[in-house]
Design a protein around this ligand. Structure first.
Ligand SMILES: CC(C)(COP(=O)(O)OP(=O)(O)OC[C@H]1O[C@@H](n2cnc3c(N)ncnc32)[C@H](O)[C@@H]1OP(=O)(O)O)[C@@H](O)C(=O)NCCC(=O)NCCS
Length: 171
């Protein structure tokens, strides 16, 4: 398994994986699949314009994209000490092989090398047990719950707000 930063050259396989994620687990991600399906290809390609502060990592197995994670740094000068993880997904057929852990670990390793970053945030639907266990094992803690953050087919889903402090707050 190889982990690489995705670029616009990965657009076709990224789009396929992203739509598979949204269709498989509608409550797990905030974006409705129908909205993403209509997104112009150029808009999706611009998401793959990677920089140190915003990128999507892909996990490749036998040259095919099987997992992703997105990192974004807050943009405003007074918020740049915070980063955000989203879009963690691994194809069902290759789960429980450490792929998600490898993706998240690589994001955190990059974040720790950036001395300006102090904390990483994420939100996760409370039903997504696997993801919550993974984040906790990496040191994230739950600091709040957003009730009924999403609805899907008449059901409402709560989200945990999670954070990981990269550096001592006193620094
Ligand atoms: C969550 C997800 C990304 C995990 O991917 P994965 O590659 O199977 O995860 P890993 O093999 O790296 O496992 C890492 C840790 O996650 C937890 N985990 C993974 N699958 C689990 C399961 N079925 N039940 C409980 N914990 C689980 C464990 O803590 C595991 O560590 P361990 O193997 O040392 O016990 C995958 O299940 C997925 O794509 N789920 C649907 C989308 C989703 O919920 N995304 C998160 C949105 S915030």
């Amino acid at each position: 398994m190889t982990i690489l930063t995705l670029t616009p050259a990965n657009l076709r396989e990224y789009r396929a994986l992203r739509l598979a994620a949204l269709h498989e687990q509608p409550p797990a991600f905030g974006t409705p699949a129908e909205k993403e399906e209509k997104l112009p290809l150029e808009a999706m390609a611009s998401r793959l314009q990677a920089s140190k502060d915003t990128y999507i990592l892909g996990a490749f197995s036998d040259d095919s994209l099987v997992g992703t994670i997105r990192f974004s740094r807050f943009e405003e000068t007074n918020e740049k000490h915070r980063g955000f993880i989203a879009g963690l997904y691994v194809r069902p057929e290759v789960r429980r092989r450490g792929i998600a852990r490898a993706l998240a670990t690589e994001v955190l390793a990059r974040a720790r090398r950036d001395t300006g970053l102090r904390r990483i945030h994420l939100t996760v639907v409370t039903a997504q047990e696997a993801a919550i266990q993974l984040y906790k094992s990496l040191g994230f803690r739950i600091y709040g719950t957003e009730h009924e953050a999403f609805s899907n087919q008449g059901q409402f889903y709560d989200e945990y707000l999670m954070e990981l402090l990269l550096q001592s707050k006193t620094k």
